[in-house]
Structure formats: structure tokens, C-alpha cells
Write a protein that binds this ligand. Structure first.
Ligand SMILES: NC(=O)c1ccc[n+]([C@@H]2O[C@H](COP(=O)([O-])OP(=O)(O)OC[C@H]3O[C@@H](n4cnc5c(N)ncnc54)[C@H](OP(=O)(O)O)[C@@H]3O)[C@@H](O)[C@H]2O)c1
Length: 358
């Protein structure tokens, strides 16, 4: 039977993806660095009623992939700046398929640059298989299907989660160190971190504040639209005036490698519960503007962000395991289309009438 490995199987996303795959009858292997935490994760899966999954303790997943050549590897170990490329390269060398949850700009772009080697090796590599990148990327494809490239695209991610693992905070630290980034004239241009405050509209007429962040969604929106000007914003960073003023200073400090490593080690001990109330929805938004003034907007609505992410990653892994994909390196909707977002529980609404209130 086809085997799917979950790297970071003891973490929040890893456990949830493992559970999704087990419910779908897939054979999974829980991979991690701590035997005790792995057996607890395996027991939790067993409690769902399926067989106990195999566990694999390793400090060197890339070497294990080279030795065992699994069919599909799902990488949930962030920050992805250190894990995406080495793990994906190990998969390419082993002829395995690869999926990750990265939504930081550099790892997503670096993974997509492995397209040629992945095609030559017959491996499929998918990055951003979660709320970020898929939720906004799917909207851009919906808006641009069958049309010429728009002049400008803006996306906004507004997920709601009921808890955050330490790896998420470490990923945010890594992203902050990149500084602000937008695409202008088709090229990445540095901007002030925390710039571009947007009052992102929701279908009910209310707005949510979002600011520009250097996410993988920026790269995915560029590729999905072909627009020269692209901006990706998020509600996940503080949008208040003081916080926005402080963000460039924090970003500059985090660019100092030693300081960044200290901060990442410190946040590794934190468990934050973000503010959300039951019933809160996660939203993604995209707006495309064509020369001549035509503007189209779209929204994706779903529930808690990790649930959506787990379904996306599990569905992508299952489809790769079933041999449904072509070789190469992709973002999720580029490979499987926008219905992947609907299958994961997203509802998409397209509105051509409302102008984006910038
Ligand atoms: N794209 C999206 O929409 C999306 C959604 C959710 C999460 N994410 C990203 O996915 C990542 C995981 O999130 P999470 O909430 O599951 O985090 P988490 O609960 O902190 O789990 C992190 C997992 O990675 C493992 N790990 C951490 N550092 C490691 C290292 N140096 N070597 C080997 N294993 C290591 C941990 O293992 P131990 O148990 O041994 O510590 C744990 O299994 C984060 O980067 C997050 O930003 C993305």
C-alpha cells in the first residue's frame, strides 16, 4: 500500500493532517524527533478507530527519505526557510512526491524554482497546501479565468484560528525578517514592513484592517494572474498605528541572524491563543483591476483555519498518492484547480459590481 509520511507529526497541523488521512483509509507514517511525543500522537490516531500508525524517530528526515523512498512526504516543520528546500530536494532524489504548508515568501518561491528538476525526476512538489497559499490563490484564479492579465491584483488573508503552535510564531519571525515586499512592474520591490494598510471589504459591507506582508500568497497571486502589480496583505500582523510604526524596526532587528535565532528559540516555548470567538469565520479576499477600470472582487469563507489547512494538505497528499498529478513544482490551485478550496470547505463568492475601497 502507498505510504504517506507526515514530518512534524507531533505538532498541531501534523496531528490534524494525520487524522484526516487516517479517516480516508490511507497508510501513514508519523515522523518526528521525539519518541514519546510520537507515540502519544500515534495513540491519538488509534483512538479514532483505525490501525496504529507506524512511527519513525529521526533527527535527519532527508537521510531517511533517501534511504526509504516513501511515496509521499507531507512537511509541516516550520519555519520553512530551513526545511522546504532540503526536504523537497531529498524527495526529488528519492522519486517521492512532496507537500508542505509554507506560506513564507522565500521558501514558496524557492520550491517553485525546483520545477525543472522535479519534472525530470518525475516528482510532484506542492507548496502552500493550507489556508495560506490556497485560499487567496483560488480567488485570483476565479477572477482571472478566461481573461487577459489584469493590471493590478491585491489579496488579503484573514484566517481565524483557535490556537497557535510555536512553529507558527517562528514562521512569523522569519517572515518579518524578510521585510515588506510587493510586486511592481512584475518585479519584487522592498517596501516598509507594515506599510499598505488596507480596509479590506467583506461581503456584508464591513471591513477588516490588513497590512502588506511578504507571504507565499504574493508569489502565488503573481503567477495566477500575470499582473504587473501585486500586493498581499494579512490580518495576522498587528494593524494599529503604533504597531505599524514599530514593525520596520522589529523587521530590521530580526534580519540580524544571531538575534533572529535567539527570538526563534524563545518563541519555541510560547503557546498563544489568538483572539477569536466561536462562530468567527476565516476570510480570504482578492481584487483584480484591469486597464480601463474594470474591477472584480472575490471572497472565500471558511471556518477555523487549521481545519481548512488540514483538509487541503490531506487532499493534496491523497491525490498525489493516487497518482493524480503531473511532475513539477506547484502551488495547490495551480495543480488541482480552485475546486480544491471548495473541497476543503471554502465557499467562494465573486462580485463584479463593487469597487475596491482603497
Ligand atoms: N499555510 C498555512 O495556512 C499554515 C497553516 C497552519 C500552519 N502552518 C505552518 O505550519 C508549521 C507547523 O505549524 P503547527 O501549528 O503544526 O506548529 P507546531 O504545533 O509548533 O508543530 C511543529 C512541529 O514541527 C516539529 N519541529 C519543530 N522544530 C523542529 C526541528 N528543528 N526538527 C524537527 N522537527 C521540528 C515539532 O516537533 P516536536 O514535537 O519534536 O517539537 C512539531 O511536530 C508552521 O510553520 C506554521 O506556520 C501553515
Amino acid at each position: 500500500m502507498v505510504e504517506i509520511w507526515i514530518l512534524g507529526a507531533t505538532g498541531r497541523a501534523g496531528r490534524s493532517i494525520s487524522a484526516e488521512l487516517c479517516r480516508g483509509g490511507h497508510q501513514i507514517v508519523l515522523v518526528g524527533r521525539n519518541a514519546q511525543r510520537l507515540s502519544e500522537a500515534a495513540a491519538a490516531i488509534e483512538a479514532l478507530g483505525g490501525p496504529t500508525p507506524r512511527t519513525l524517530v529521526t533527527d535527519d528526515p532527508a537521510a531517511q527519505i533517501a534511504a526509504d523512498r516513501p511515496d509521499v512526504v507531507v512537511n509541516t516543520v516550520g519555519p520553512f526557510g530551513t526545511t522546504t528546500v532540503p526536504t523537497a530536494q531529498a524527495c526529488v532524489a528519492a522519486g517521492s512526491h512532496y507537500v508542505d504548508l509554507a506560506n513564507e515568501f522565500e521558501p514558496v518561491r524557492s520550491l517553485l524554482e525546483l520545477d525543472t528538476v522535479a519534472r525530470a525526476a518525475g516528482s510532484t512538489l506542492v507548496t502552500g497546501a493550507g489556508f495560506g497559499v490556497l485560499a487567496t490563490e483560488a480567488l485570483v484564479y476565479e477572477l482571472c479565468a478566461g481573461r487577459p492579465a489584469p493590471a493590478r491584483v491585491r489579496v488579503a488573508a484573514m484566517p481565524v484560528v483557535d490556537g497557535l503552535g510555536p512553529a507558527v510564531l517562528a514562521s512569523v519571525v522569519d517572515a518579518a525578517a524578510t521585510g515588506g515586499l510587493v510586486y511592481r512592474n512584475g518585479r519584487p520591490v522592498r517596501t516598509r514592513l507594515g506599510a499598505h494598510l488596507q480596509h479590506t471589504p467583506l461581503p456584508d459591507g464591513t471591513t477588516r484592517d490588513t497590512v502588506a506582508v511578504p507571504t507565499g500568497e504574493l508569489e502565488a497571486a503573481l503567477r495566477a494572474s500575470g499582473a504587473a502589480e501585486v500586493i498581499a496583505t494579512s490580518s495576522e500582523v498587528p494593524t494599529g498605528r503604533t504597531a505599524r510604526a514599530a514593525l520596520p524596526i522589529v523587521g530590521a532587528m530580526l534580519r540580524v541572524g544571531a538575534l533572529r535565532r535567539i527570538v526563534i528559540r524563545a518563541v519555541d516555548r510560547w503557546q498563544l491563543t489568538p483572539p477569536s470567538t466561536p462562530g468567527d469565520a476565516s476570510w480570504a479576499y482578492a481584487c483584480a483591476e484591469w486597464e480601463g477600470g474594470e474591477t472584480r472582487q472575490a471572497w472565500l469563507r471558511t471556518g477555523e483555519g487549521y481545519q481548512f489547512t488540514s483538509r487541503v494538505a490531506a487532499t493534496v497528499a491523497a491525490r498525489l498518492a493516487a497518482g493524480e498529478a503531473r511532475p513539477g513544482a506547484f502551488t495547490p490551485a495551480a495543480l488541482f484547480g480552485t475546486d480544491l478550496a471548495r473541497a476543503a470547505g471554502g465557499t467562494i463568492t465573486v462580485d463584479t459590481a463593487v469597487k475596491d475601497p482603497r
